[in-house]
Design a protein around this ligand. Structure first.
Ligand code: KIV
Ligand code: ZN
Length: 384
């Protein structure tokens, strides 16, 4: 069965410090997520603000294809508001949550475990009175007692939850531990086959993608993630990294996603532009250097056979091609190719002389544009 992609760019992603999207921008991103063919779009947290409510409502009205989810705490008021926003969606989902870790129950909720379990069951039953598709999240699941987690998941599935989500809310887990937790839940919740197992990992230690993949290996069927890995604090699992890992390593992972991967680059650029969050150049998959080669040895290899130094094809994610970047480590082969691309057919001595000039300059300059290379050639011509 394919791994479901639950995109939370518009909800957890918008919780990135400093990010605030307008309703119009959220609808634009949701339409692009539908083109990418994500399975679920978490459009927002309707009770959080009038703007969030409006965005979820407009996305529910205008965006078709994916399931549209709205977040709600385990209270009647939140669930009513979520439903008010979602009711016109073709495929609505109410996503309700409550914290289950000792520290959250004691200090934040001031409830004991029985009260939390009771609130979770009541919330799921109430959400069920609106829609068949109900997801329940045990916030801070990774730092919760395993057996309490199993009890609460069993009870909410019994109450009608169709997806149970296991978040590592504070990004504390390591892959082996997180995979182990998924396996434990799978083996100790008697009615687990009646629900989809989902995971939601944060990236505080840079392990969100690795933890999500470990979860998939241990039976998770849905991954919650955000484009460019945006989200609260250090962010969420990066959608593009999960998708391309499952796809590129189809020899290793049994299940892939059904995303239209060619839309990845466009989606990433749109989210970066509208959130105002730049993408680091060496960011996996979508950074500007992710398909760029600078060293002569690598360039020579890639020109002869792409797979010498590339495990993915840039076109898979909707880029035109990989990039040969001329810099001080570049070799004659790449230099000659680039010159030919610019329309210069060089004889052997011309190439030698121009390449020497380029290498002298390359020690002082980080990257060469077509204009720089044309300037080298102009100099060459004027010396003759
Ligand atoms: O990180 C978290 O636990 C969440 C839940 C609301 C799913 O974002
Ligand atoms: Zn989260």
């Amino acid at each position: 069965m394919p791994v479901k992609i639950f995109d939370t760019t518009l909800r957890d992603g918008e919780q990135s410090p400093g990010v605030s999207l307008s309703v119009k921008e959220k609808v634009e991103i949701a339409k692009q997520l539908a083109k990418l063919e994500v399975d679920i779009i978490e459009a927002g947290f309707p009770i959080a603000s009038p703007g969030d409510f409006k965005a979820v409502k407009e996305i529910a009205q205008e965006v078709s294809g994916p399931v549209i989810a709205g977040l709600a705490r385990a209270t009647k008021g939140d669930i009513d508001r979520a439903w008010e926003a979602l009711q016109e969606a073709k495929k609505p989902r109410i996503h309700t949550f409550i914290a289950t870790s000792p520290v959250h129950m004691e200090y934040k909720l001031q409830k004991d475990p029985n009260e939390v379990l009771d609130a979770a069951v009541k919330a799921v039953k109430y959400a069920k009175s609106y829609t068949a598709d109900v997801e329940f999240s045990a916030e801070d699941a990774f730092r919760s007692d395993k057996d309490f987690l199993c009890d609460i998941f069993e009870a909410v599935i019994e109450a009608g939850a169709t997806t149970i989500n296991i978040p590592d809310t504070v990004g504390y887990a390591t892959p082996e531990e997180f995979g182990g937790l998924i396996s434990y839940i799978k083996n100790n919740v008697s009615n687990i086959d009646d629900a989809i197992i989902s995971v939601h990992c944060h990236n505080d230690l840079g392990l969100a993608v690795a933890n999500s993949l470990a979860a998939v290996e241990n039976g998770a069927q849905q991954v919650e993630c955000a484009v460019n890995g945006v989200g609260e604090r250090a962010g969420n699992t990066a959608l593009e990294e999960i998708a391309l890992t499952l796809n590129t390593r189809h020899d290793y992972f049994t299940n892939q996603t059904t995303l239209k991967l060619k839309e990845i680059a466009r989606t990433s650029r749109l989210v970066s532009h509208l959130t105002g969050m730049p993408i680091q150049p060496n960011k996996a998959i979508v950074g500007k250097n992710a398909f760029a080669h600078e060293s002569g040895i690598h360039q020579d290899g890639v020109i002869k056979e792409r797979t010498t130094y590339e495990i993915m094809d840039a076109q898979t994610i909707g880029l035109k091609e990989n990039k040969i970047v001329l810099g001080k480590h570049s070799g004659r082969h790449a230099f000659k190719d680039k010159m030919e691309e610019l329309g210069y057919k060089l004889k052997e001595e011309e190439l030698n002389s121009a390449f020497k000039r380029f290498k002298d300059l390359a020690d002082k300059k980080k990257e060469f544009t077509s204009l720089d290379l044309e300037a080298i050639m102009e100099d060459e011509i004027s010396q003759v």
